[in-house]
Design a protein around this ligand. Sequence first.
Ligand code: ATR
Length: 278
Amino acid sequence: MKSLYGVIGSPIAHSMSPLIHNDAFLHNGMDAHYHAFHVDAGELETAVAGMRALGVNGFNVTIPHKEAIIPLLDSVEEAALKIGAVNTVVNKNGKLIGYNTDGRGFVEALKEVVELKNKHILIIGAGGAARAIFYTLAIEEGIHVDICNRTVSKSEDLVREFSLEQISRSITVEQAAKELDRYDVVVQTTSVGMFPKINDIPLALNSIKQHAVFSDIIYNPLETKLLREAKDLGAVTQNGIHMFAYQAALAFELWTGKLPDTDRMKNLVKEHLGGKTC
Ligand code: ATR
């Protein structure tokens, strides 16, 4: 029988997950289908019960359900509990198990362009995406991760909540801008610079470290103003397509045991968005 996978969220119509997962199923010769289900906030409980009743094999979870789904699952992996968000559910013999592949997806993508050991990293932002990335980066060996956010209390809370005072400081955006040349890697996790406000930039770039890597989780536009300016100053840049592909690939692996071709996923997304990438 054909296996069924999907994603639940609202809005969901423009999700690119069906495109890349259905292609991966086809490419791996698997008899499976991935469908986007529009589920509003008030319908989450019913939707999860429906997934159980229908025996759906696994699904992704996106805005606005990543936190709210946790108590509805049978178990949740430790990292997802710490991050406080689930983006992937596996149906294992009728038990729904929650995972978070956002943080690991980001870190795997970042490792494609930089070796993280002994690096000084700056995270811009302290929202949901930053939580997943901060937690996952911080468990890497021998790195230092500072975090800055418009609302400083939120970045301070994150350092405290994850008990990362030994390897991490919460700093203001102004301080981060002033000290930008200390950082080997700069990770942009806010919505600043996203379409349609493509001329916005989360912090001013004066001087940056030689060979610095700038990674922005935004993929619309493919090159944010931050990435463009960083590239002009000599940085290696990476856009959000890479994280998107890896978080999907890790979910696919949790469901099927097979890690799909991430380059293929990236190319499909790029093609779909119709542009060049960095
Ligand atoms: P996500 O789950 O996508 O991370 P979020 O949890 O709403 O979304 O977090 C959004 C992040 O973008 C936050 O760090 C937010 O900063 P605040 O905590 O100060 O709100 C940041 N952000 C959004 N709009 C911003 C803006 N115009 N300038 C600076 N930061 C902004």
